[in-house]
Design a protein around this ligand. Sequence first.
Ligand SMILES: [Zn+2]
Length: 425
Amino acid sequence: MPDTDARILAEVAARRDALVALTQGLVRIPTLNPPGNEYRTLVDWLGAWLEARGWAVELIRAQGAIGDSDAHPRWNLIARREGPRPGDCVHFNGHHDVVEVGDGWTYDPFAAEIDAGRIYGRGTCDMKGGLASAIIAAEAFIAAKPDFAGSIEVSATADEESGGYGGVAYLAEKGYFDPARVQHVIIPEPLNKDRICLGHRGVWWAEIETHGRIAHGAMPFLGDSAIRHMGAVLEEMEATLFPLLAQKRTDMPVVPEGAKQSTLNINSIHGGEPDPAPGFTGFPAPCVADRCRIVIDRRFLIEEDIADVKDEVRALMERVKAERPGFTYEIRDMHEVIPTMTDREAPVVTTTAAAIEKVLGVRPDYVVSPGTYDQKHIDRIGRLHNCIAYGPGVLDLAHQPDEWIGIQDMVDSAGVMALVLAQLL
Ligand SMILES: [Zn+2]
């Protein structure tokens, strides 16, 4: 191993306690989303930590973005260090929001307790531990190689767990991820320290509504049941759509195995009368349902075109319509994300792969995420394609009770990220 690499890894190792303390500090600020609590507290705390160590810190509120309000403002932080010589900018992006706690914890979710080499708490793994590792990687790299070329940025952003519109999407729209300003992005999401995540599948969310006609439930023949119409839609899905999706296989290295095909989930179904108000003890009224709605969540592959994905569903609805007198429907688009996959030859990928081999002595696995994360905004709005997710933590622990991050895993992945900086800057 060259001298510089050894020196950088020694600087990382010397910061083990600082890495733990930084992670604990972040976890102890309960940035729950929804609704988006304590975002300002977190960026103030982290901003002070970074400023004290020489970073130029900017706090940015995603004013007017989806989710932003005066009660729950969407605060983001970007910190920057310039080297003495010109060069590329490497940007580490971590979301600072965490999901609800849920039941089943045996540790205090916001105490960040250490037990047997792990830190426990909501957001340890997803992804405050990864954010802290990236910061320590940068600190160690700068200490070992203060004459580096280019610049390093760290961002702590809001709302990844709810789509990222008050976070990375907002910053991308403001030009912060313009390839003229940032050339390499690593998102330290918990994907295991020996795996490089190149991208994600696509998403299409839509609401499908069938229409009927209300009538007395004792004389349903005088009305037309939107629920029975929807039943026919669901039958048609079982008979034709699900088998079709199961046949569509991707060459993307999606994990887990089940997500290597196209998938569709029906997120919800609502038909007829709304649920009774809490505390209401009476019976429902006898009515034929005049409306029934489902929300579908279709995950598609890089080999598929979103127009075809939508046409498939429309064709299915048309088949049902041809069979059922009086059948009318609407499809409303809710949300869509195009699949993305960074090229394996992209510089951020090859340098991370080489750094994993140096630090861990193994060749990395390349994976693609079944769901999306903030790379979508960097790719689509920012038009920056040299982006990966790489960070410590076991993906399966995200959003679970007793979430934890391994301290050695954080140190190892900080070493990897520091060596990536050494290669790129
Ligand atoms: Zn995450």
